[in-house]
Ligand binder design. Structure first.
Ligand SMILES: [Mg+2]
Length: 248
């Protein structure tokens, strides 16, 4: 429990007046996970392969899958199509259950790498009462929490939308925005910024009218992210331009 009531918290005092936005506005920062906050060192792919064996009995190293910017539901559909199968709801649920168990085991043995500036950015924004921090990720909700917990990044996110809820990242972003609106309880969300590491994240940002910010810590370099028309491209999240974009 905090030793200070929210209005008297030292962090609140240091951030009050740091910008001249209307007092009732609230910034929304939506973040992708893989390639943006952390690198799971290939544990996701191994977990997927093991969960396929446990659920369907298939031996498949899924070398043909590109996870960059993908969603877990879409990846599962691609794999099932290749195996000539059409999974039903309960099977999908069982698969995602196995996936979470395998991922947790994999990350216990091989913890994720957290990219530069991520911890500092999340810590600073969490202390700022004028920003909501959420997730827009292709991971299932359970896998997202497992990755964040193993990276020590849990506890910063007040909302999110996930890869078990929709196969299309644009729809996941729309869902997150609706949840943020509900959370803001009538306060206008301004600015809305979505940070990701792939052109798919940039497209999702565009679709919800958010500022698209791209970070070149994933598979895409700064030039290809610029070509995908991000509003801002940075090499890593310790670039002060990230903070300026949110507080502009
Ligand atoms: Mg990503």
């Amino acid at each position: 429990m905090s030793a200070h009531p929210p209005s008297e918290h030292p962090a609140a005092r240091t951030t009050a007046g740091a910008n001249d936005r209307a007092p009732n506005r609230i910034a929304l920062l939506l973040l992708d996970i893989d390639g943006t906050l952390l690198y799971a060192r290939g544990t996701g792919r191994i977990a997927f392969s093991r969960a396929l064996r446990a659920t369907f009995g298939w031996e498949d190293d899924i070398a043909y899958i590109n996870f960059s910017g993908a969603t877990d539901l879409d990846v599962l559909r691609q794999i099932c199509e290749r195996h000539g199968a059409t999974p039903k709801g309960p099977e999908i649920e069982r698969f995602f259950g196995h996936l979470a168990l395998e991922l947790d085991a994999g990350l216990t043995a091989t913890p994720p790498k957290v990219f530069p500036g991520v911890r500092e950015l999340l810590r600073a924004l969490s202390a700022d009462g004028d920003t909501l921090i959420g997730l827009v990720t292709g991971n299932t909700g359970e896998c997202a929490q497992i990755k964040l917990r193993h990276a020590g990044l849990h506890g910063h996110f007040v909302l999110g939308a996930f890869g078990h809820e929709h196969a299309d990242r644009v729809e996941i972003a729309r869902l997150a925005l609706r949840r943020a609106d509900a959370r803001a309880a009538g306060r206008p969300l301004d600015p809305v910024v979505l940070i990701g590491d792939t052109p798919a994240d940039i497209a999702a940002a565009r679709a919800i009218g958010a500022r698209a910010m791209a970070v070149a810590t994933g598979q895409h370099d700064a030039a290809s992210l610029r070509a995908a028309e991000a509003d801002l491209v940075v090499e890593s999240l310790d670039d002060p331009a990230v903070w300026r974009l949110l507080k502009a």
